[in-house]
Design a protein around this ligand. Sequence first.
Ligand SMILES: [Fe+2]
Ligand SMILES: [Fe+2]
Length: 405
Amino acid sequence: MTNTHNYDWAIDRDYCGQILRGRYSTALKKRVASYISLFRNINSTVNPTIPYISAWKDSVDRSIWYEFVGTRLLMLLQCQSCEAAELFRDSIHKRCSFEFSDDNSIIKEILLKENLNGIRGKLRDQVKNTGNVEAVYKVELRDNSSVWLKDQATLETFPDDGVCLSIGALTDVTREMELEEQRQQEEDKLRLSHAELEKQLEKQNKKLWQTQLDIVYRLAQAAELRDNNTGLHLTKMSYFCNILAKTAGLNSTKSTLLFHATPMHDVGKIGISETILQKPGKLSSNEFEIMKTHSFIGAKLLSGNDSPLLKMARTIALTHHERWDGTGYPNGLSREKIPLSGRIAAICDVFDALVSQRPYKNAWPLDTAFAEIKKGRGTHFDPHLVDLFLDNKAQFKNIHSRFSM
Ligand SMILES: [Fe+2]
Ligand SMILES: [Fe+2]
């Protein structure tokens, strides 16, 4: 391990290394001396690359020192060569490394100063494993300006001496990195404004949805008022249908949609004369035929818009008077050919009509109304839905008492 050769020729007044003067192997000293000789030749302040030889011991104290460092780095840091290693380490503000991923895209890893200090040992081990370094450092200078230096180095290990050498060059890539930073900032700005736009769009869509609900609800209410009904019928229909839809297994999106679409079931009554709508006694067969057209009129009023809300409202308006046995109107559909939303609305509509007070009738007691629904099981109404309806009487009673005047 002791030095038998003299490498004094490689030691100049700027030499602040430890190897050439220390008790290290000839192989290591020879290597360091030959690199110093080579780097002195290419070292010049006009050369954009800064050659260096750094070293550290692979033991507990792993601090780095320079065996050689290019003049240009000393000028940038405004320091002597023996201060350079420590000062350079403390001036690194950011470290970026680039790697190719499996799909050939570039993965950029950025470490900021505060995170760097804790993982220098880990980075050193990574470098030792790969045998080379390629990273870009943002270095803050004494005059508060900064430069970007690209570091490319090869590692040589000397196990007998417990020393690692990093033979490398730093290249000034400030211009390229500043452009990259600018591009990044623009990208961040774009991403932010995109997110802001999306937020605004979501807000507007919500507002549009509320407006849509409001308009159709007012229209439905206008139709109900002409029929001597109160708005409460619509509110109760929403809740009743929502309960029945949930118990029938509809997901929350569909049952919520049904909640909002149901109030429009009789919107077609806008097209029926008040003489018929408000006639206290039984309708003549001719009047009943006219009354039946409210399903078609409603469906027509709600057609031509493909929003899920209006599509469901249209289906309900068209089919809420169909009957399970096929004797309903307007199309005489039977069983599952009647859309589920129409079958649900049919039960809830009849139930609420029975339990509500009207100018021409008293409200039926709840149990009598439940019995009437049961009577229509398999003829007027979907038998399975009637079972679910009767299994959940408590919920329907609760809604009824909450909204009855
Ligand atoms: Fe109706
Ligand atoms: Fe109704």
